[in-house]
Ligand binder design. Structure first.
Ligand code: TRP
Length: 73
């Protein structure tokens, strides 16, 4: 069930959170990873993770293209 594509999240400020949400009938947070400015997380969607929520300013690279989260200053 793991999607072979990787999602790359690059934090553009301190304290960006990458939050994994569970797959299945219950949708719950199961993991929160804190990134500081310049840190990168490379992640996949798996049998356990159906969605990710990004809090804070970051660039998100995926097969869908690039999207920016957070407010611009
Ligand atoms: N144990 C989690 C899983 O296998 C690890 C994980 C994968 C994860 N992708 C994620 C955690 C994205 C947070 C966000 O699903």
């Amino acid at each position: 069930m793991t999607n072979p594509d990787y999602i790359i999240i690059r934090a553009e400020e301190d304290g960006v959170h990458v939050i994994g949400l569970t797959r299945g009938t219950d949708t719950k947070f199961h993991h929160s990873e804190k990134l500081d400015a310049g840190e990168v997380m490379i992640a996949q969607f798996t049998e356990h993770t159906s969605a990710m929520k990004i809090r804070g300013k970051a660039q998100i690279y995926s097969a869908n293209g690039v999207v920016e989260s957070g407010y611009k200053k």
